[in-house]
Each structure stands twice: as C-alpha cells, then as structure tokens.
Design a protein around this ligand. Structure first.
Ligand code: ADP
Ligand code: MG
Length: 316
C-alpha cells in the first residue's frame, strides 16, 4: 500500500461533523471552533524504545494509540478544556497491516469516547516508530487553568490515587513468578491511563492553578510552584494510595512510586476555597498548603522529613 491508501484505509472516517470544514485530504485542516471559545492546543510524542518497548506485538498496538491520545487528553484536562480535534504524525519502519489495524482501532476508539475528530496528520518512514498526537480543545473565554495562579495560603489537592502507574511499570519490567490480582490492576493503570477530563472542566474557574501529574507528584508540583513563584508544605502521609499499591509493595516503595513515579495522569491543583471530597465521582485529597517558599517542605506525621526527588527527566 502507498501512503495515500494507508491514510484512506486506516485514518479517514466518513461521518461529518459541523466543526470540521475540511478534514483529512487537503493541505491543511480547517476547523471552526464554537464562537467565543478559546482554543487550547497540546502535543506529545511517544518514541519506540523510550516511551513504549521495542517490538510491541501487532495485536497490542492499540495501547500505543490509546496512550498517545490519553497523555494529550491529560494536558487538556489540566487546562480545564474540552478536547475536540486531533492530528497524528506517524513514523513507521514498515507497513504492517495488523499493527496499523490495531493502532487505528485504538485511536478511533479513544477519539470516539471523547467526541474528538482526527482532522489531519503526516505519515513518514523511519528507523523507529514515533507517534506524535496533537489535540485541540476549547475552553470558555479566560477560564483556562494555568500553572501560575497559586497563591500563598491556597490548599493543594490531588485527584485519585498516586503511584499505581509507576508500580505497574515496575511489574511489567520485573515480571513476578506469581500473578496477583492487584498486580493486574496496577499494570492496567500504567497501560490505559484515563485523563481527568470531567474533573478538569469542573475545576476551570474554581482552581487557582493546576498541572497534570505525568512526571511524579514531587516534580510536577514543583513546576506549578515555580510557575506561581511560591512554595509548599505537604504531608507525605496524606498522599492517597490505592489498596492494590499498599498490598503489593513496602511503604518505602509505595512512597517512591507515589511521589517520584510518573504516568499517573491525575491532576494536582490549588484552591483558596475548600473543595468537596469528590467531584464527578473523582476523589479529591488535600495534601498541604501553598507557602511563600521557596521549595517544598515535606512532613510525615507532622514532623519535617528530608525528601529528595528522582522524577523522570529526559535530559539527565
Ligand atoms: P502534504 O504533502 O500536503 O503534507 P500529505 O500527502 O502528507 O499532504 O497528507 C495528505 C492528507 O492526509 C493531509 O490532509 C494530511 O493531513 C492527511 N494525513 C497524512 N498522514 C496522516 C495520518 N497519519 N493521520 C491522519 N491524517 C493524515
Ligand atoms: Mg501539502
């Protein structure tokens, strides 16, 4: 198959949608955002051998597509926006129809789940598989959540439970002799991250600052604090941990996964007003307070404890 056929076969969908004036097939996509909304654009790249293993089985390629879209949706959620359109830049070393079938299936499934349209892209040949997805979304005028809005005295919250994805990745990389049910749960939390979209849009206009947790709570909270020019005082013992994590690892490892492990795609945000324990079914936990800073003071049982970060960075 040539490139044109490949795009037609796997990526074009016939159904039309009013906001897409021109989709796949021309030099550029033309989209018409709803009047008066602000457009939010995010992009993320997954590289074979870096973000997913070499030689992923053809039948499992859907998980690469799911992940490539989900990490973008998490950024969209952290901005408080609703996802609408996406583009895909795909580099492949061969045309494997099983792989493409599975990949396109995963891509269209997560797009459909969120009412999103694939409006264009680029297809190239290269040594390794590289998947770049760009998602565009909309948010009410001026209602986006930024990293830079945290104020001294705000409460710091996290959504869901942290550390599961890092624990899941650890289990995938270090297969255990015995398969335990909590292990399956932890691995699926790594493989199929779910972005906190409905929470994100509910927080828009309520949270003073927000970031999604992709590199670990400690590193990502630090980015939010730096952008806001403030510090924090957090209680490590308040960081929410799943039963699966607590029954599978010792307390030292649990904390390491929850604070320094990446890929949770939960939200960390600040608010000057108290928030409920749950929004749209997502549990929220207060873990500390914004201070003048600089830096993060960590506590355990009220006592200040030393803590050093080992979150993931690409250029270290
Ligand atoms: P051009 O040479 O003008 O960049 P291409 O031949 O690369 O155009 O692409 C043809 C059309 O197919 C364009 O509309 C482009 O957006 C779309 N397209 C190419 N690759 C993909 C892909 N992987 N997914 C979705 N759309 C794609
Ligand atoms: Mg062109």
């Amino acid at each position: 198959v040539d490139e044109f056929e490949l795009i037609q076969r796997y990526f074009v969908r016939d159904d039309e949608v009013a906001s897409v004036i021109t989709g796949i097939g021309d030099d550029g996509a033309v989209i018409r955002p709803p009047m008066g909304k602000d457009l939010v654009a995010v992009v993320d790249t997954l590289i074979e051998g870096v973000h997913f293993p070499f030689g992923v089985d053809s039948d499992s390629a859907d998980y690469i597509a799911h992940r490539a879209v989900a990490v973008n949706l998490s950024d969209i959620a952290a901005m408080g926006a609703d996802p609408r359109w996406m583009t895909l830049a795909l580099t492949l070393n061969e045309v494997d129809s099983h792989w493409l079938h599975s990949f396109a299936g995963g891509l269209h499934a997560i797009a459909a789940d969120h009412g999103m349209r694939l409006v264009g892209g680029d297809t190239t040949k290269g040594d390794n598989i590289v998947v770049t997805v760009q998602v565009m979304g909309v948010v009410g005028p001026g209602e986006m959540m930024l990293r830079s809005g945290a104020q001294v005295g705000d409460t710091i919250y996290v959504s869901g439970e942290l550390g599961d994805a890092a624990a899941g990745l650890h289990l995938i990389e270090h297969p255990q002799d015995e398969y335990l049910e909590p292990h399956g749960y932890l691995m699926s939390r790594f493989e199929y991250p779910a972005a906190r979209l409905s929470l994100g849009s509910a927080l828009a206009g309520r949270a003073s600052a927000a970031i999604d947790i992709s590199d670990g709570l400690y590193a990502d909270l630090n980015k939010l604090l730096t952008a806001s020019g403030v510090g924090a005082d957090i209680s490590l013992d308040k960081v929410p941990l799943s039963i699966a994590l607590r029954t599978s690892f010792d307390s030292e490892q649990q904390r390491q996964f929850a604070l320094c492990g990446g890929d949770d795609y939960e939200l960390c945000f600040t608010s000057s007003n108290p928030l409920p324990d749950e929004i749209n079914g997502v549990p929220l936990t207060a873990i500390g307070e914004v201070t003048k800073g600089p830096g993060i003071v960590c506590r355990d049982g009220g006592e200040v404890v030393p803590f050093t970060d080992s979150g993931y960075r690409h250029f270290q």
